[in-house]
Design a protein around this ligand. Structure first.
Ligand code: FE2
Length: 301
């Protein structure tokens, strides 16, 4: 391909297994009555929005639950199938996955990131078990599983060094992702598979989908999430990045895995408004479904 590729949508696509459980897709073994409708309807609105635009060639997802100790890894095998079980909620998520990888683009992003000075590696074990953060975000955004994916791991930079080091690496990884997409000639959706505030309850109700038990963990967490979402909605992304290290610390945010900052870096630190499709609690954590449409960067919509 010689045409210039582009990112045609960026999505904050959180991955609580509860949402898959409540959706009852055929791939998941447990069955639910209902639950977490606000977030699930938000995903539905997102899917409707995305369906109005052109279909992408690839979905690129950065997941908090593929944790790699040394550097950033990329799935490097054409096809994976197996059973993914959430280690915390095996009662909610036992999902039979069957997915295809765009290995050429994975390699291209891996090389770009490596040239930018990041530690990278292709993961070529055909028996690798794909993590639930990747699977859930992809399923909720595109349940048809008809688009190949690129899956990117989260490394330990935030933990082994500092939030600031992690942030710098993720912005560099995002920029490398954008360059590789452009050179590939492909149209891509990018998914950051993480929650916002992440304090959660440690006891589950007898009936997991009993919504009389669901609420935000703490008002301070809620205030942080609202601050972050307001900045997204107003296109004040650089200000969001400026407060990200404090947000991560004070709300125990899952942004500490780097997915959201990778996405913002790939989108060029957008100054156009994001669309918030939903916000809701899952076992007390704050989750938002948020969409960036890069067309808005040119003022065309
Ligand atoms: Fe998670």
């Amino acid at each position: 391909m010689t045409a210039s590729g582009e990112i045609i949508a960026g999505v904050l696509a959180p991955h609580p297994p509860h949402l898959i459980y409540a959706e009852n897709p055929p791939q998941n073994e447990p069955r639910a009555e209902c639950g977490w409708e606000g977030l699930r309807w938000g995903y539905k609105r997102l899917r409707r929005n995305l369906a109005r635009r052109e279909k992408p060639d690839v979905i690129i997802v950065h997941s908090p639950h593929w944790k790699t100790t040394m550097g950033t890894h990329f799935l490097g095998v054409e096809h994976f199938a197996g059973l993914s079980v959430d280690p915390i909620f095996p009662n909610l998520f036992r999902f039979h996955y069957d997915l295809n990888i765009d290995v050429a683009l994975s390699r291209a992003i891996c090389s770009e990131a490596s040239e930018a000075g990041l530690v990278t590696k292709m993961m070529t074990n055909p028996n690798f078990r794909v993590d639930y953060g990747t699977i859930i975000a992809c399923h909720l955004v595109r349940p048809e599983w008809d688009i190949p994916i690129v899956a990117i791991s989260s490394n330990r930079a935030y933990y082994d060094f500092s939030n600031e080091v992690g942030e710098a690496q993720m912005l560099a990884l995002g920029a490398a992702t954008a360059r590789a997409v452009e050179r590939s000639g492909k149209k891509a959706w990018l998914l950051a598979s993480n929650s916002l505030s992440h304090r959660h309850f440690t006891k589950e109700p007898t009936l997991p989908e009993d919504m009389s038990h669901e609420h935000t963990y703490h008002h301070g967490q809620y205030l942080w999430d609202m601050q972050v979402l307001e900045l997204m909605e107003q296109g004040r992304t650089q200000e969001l990045l400026d407060i990200m290290p404090d947000f991560i610390e004070q709300s125990i945010s899952e942004c500490k895995e780097g997915s959201l900052t990778w996405l913002l870096g790939a989108l060029g630190i957008p100054s156009y408004p994001a669309e918030i499709h939903a916000y809701g609690s899952v076992i007390g954590t704050g989750n938002a479904v948020v969409e960036w449409d890069p067309v808005l960067a040119g003022g065309a919509a």
